[in-house]
Design a protein around this ligand. Structure first.
Ligand code: CP
Ligand code: NVA
Length: 324
C-alpha cells in the first residue's frame, strides 16, 4: 500500500537512477521560479499543523557541520528536521573542519553514504564548493564568509509577509555591505525584482556586478541611501572570523548606526530587519531594535519555515506533498 504522504526521494546514493543532487551554496543556485516555490511551500508549512508534517521526511537524516558558532541556524534546522519526522546530527569544529583533517572531497564522499543531506557553516567558500562537488546528497550552505542563502530566503519571506510582495520594494542595507548577509540579500532581491540601496563607507562598498547595476546603488550618505526605503536592514559590523578587524570596523561604521533619526528618513511604514545576533548600541540602537517597526523576531522565526521548505524542495518531489 502506498503511504498517504509518500514523497519520492531526490539524489540519494541508493537511488536506482542516480540524479545529480541539488545544492544551495548561494542564492543564485535557485532561479526566481524555484525561490517562489520554496517561499510558497514555507507559507503553507507555516499554516499547517506540525503533527500533519511528521511523515514528510520520515527516516531522513541531516548532518550539520559547524566551524563557527550558531544559535538560529543550528536550532531551526534541527527543529525543522524533527518537525518533518527526520533527524539531525551535529558535528562541531572539534570533529570537522572543511579541508583541515581530510580533504573536503573525502569528507563529502563519506558523509554522502551516511546521511540524506549536509548543512555546512564554514569560513572560506571555496572548500565548501569542493565539498559540494564531491557530495552525492544535497549540500546547504548554513553561512560561509561570502554567502548566507538560508538567511536571505527567510528575509525575503518576511518582506513578502509584511509588505505583501517583493517586486518594486526598496530595501536599504546599512553597514558592512560586503559581508555574507548583504551579498545574499542583494542576490535574493535582484532575483525577485526588489531594489537595493547600500549605506556604507567607501572601504566597504558592495561589489555590484553587471546584473546588479539595474537594481542596486551604494551611497556613502546613510540619509540618501535610506530615503523612502520600505525595508531597513543591518547586520553586525564584525562578522565571525574577522575579529582582528574589530577596531577598524568600529571606526569606519560609527556613522552608520541605525537610530531613530535615520529611520525617520525611511518610508513611514518601513520595517526594520536584522539577521541576529544584534549588538545594541553599534549597528542599531536599542530603540530601533525593540521599536514598533522592528520585525526581527518574525524574521528569525521564518528561518525555521523556509528551511523546512528548502529541505523538502531539495530532498523530495514537492509536487507530491499534500498541502493545500
Ligand atoms: N542569523 C543567523 O544565522 O544566526 P546564527 O548565527 O545564530 O545561526
Ligand atoms: N555577518 C554575520 C552574520 C551572522 C549570522 C557573520 O558572518 O558573523
Amino acid at each position: 500500500m502506498t503511504p498517504a504522504l509518500a514523497i519520492a526521494p531526490r539524489g540519494r546514493q541508493s537511488d536506482t537512477v542516480a540524479k545529480a543532487p541539488r545544492h544551495l551554496l548561494k542564492v543564485g543556485d535557485l532561479d526566481a521560479a524555484e525561490i517562489t516555490a520554496v517561499l510558497d511551500l514555507a507559507e503553507q508549512l507555516k499554516a499547517t499543523r506540525a503533527v500533519d508534517q511528521l511523515q514528510m521526511l520520515r527516516g531522513r537524516t541531516l548532518a550539520m557541520l559547524f566551524e563557527k558558532p550558531s544559535l538560529r541556524t543550528r536550532v531551526s534546522f534541527e527543529a525543522g528536521m524533527t518537525q518533518l519526522g527526520g533527524h539531525a546530527i551535529v558535528a562541531s569544529a572539534a570533529d570537522f573542519m572543511v579541508g583541515k583533517r581530510e580533504t573536503p572531497e573525502d569528507a563529502a564522499r563519506v558523509l554522502s553514504r551516511y546521511v540524506d543531506a549536509v548543512m555546512v557553516r564554514t569560513h572560506a567558500h571555496g572548500p565548501l564548493e569542493r565539498f559540494a562537488a564531491a557530495a552525492t546528497v544535497p549540500v546547504i550552505n548554513g553561512l560561509s564568509a561570502e554567502h548566507h542563502p538560508c538567511q536571505a530566503l527567510a528575509d525575503i519571506l518576511t518582506i513578502k509577509e509584511k509588505l505583501g510582495h517583493l517586486s518594486g520594494i526598496k530595501v536599504c542595507y546599512v553597514g558592512d555591505a560586503r559581508n555574507n548577509v548583504a551579498v545574499s540579500l542583494l542576490d535574493a532581491c535582484s532575483l525577485m525584482g526588489a531594489q537595493v540601496t547600500f549605506a556604507c563607507p567607501p572601504s566597504l562598498r558592495p561589489n555590484l556586478s553587471g546584473r546588479h547595476k539595474r537594481n542596486a546603488r551604494a551611497f556613502t550618505s546613510p540619509v540618501r541611501a535610506i530615503a523612502d526605503a520600505d525595508v531597513v536592514y543591518t547586520d553586525i559590523w564584525v562578522s565571525m572570523g574577522e575579529e582582528a578587524l574589530t577596531e577598524r570596523r568600529m571606526a569606519e561604521l560609527l556613522p552608520y548606526t541605525v537610530d531613530e533619526e535615520l529611520m525617520s528618513h525611511a518610508a513611514p511604514r518601513a520595517i526594520f530587519m536584522h539577521c541576529l545576533p544584534a549588538h545594541r548600541g553599534e549597528e542599531m540602537t536599542e530603540g530601533v531594535l525593540e521599536g514598533e517597526q522592528s520585525v526581527v523576531f518574525d524574521q528569525a522565526e521564518n528561518r525555521l519555515h523556509v528551511q523546512k521548505a528548502l529541505l523538502l524542495y531539495l530532498l523530495t518531489d514537492t509536487t507530491r506533498i499534500p498541502l493545500a
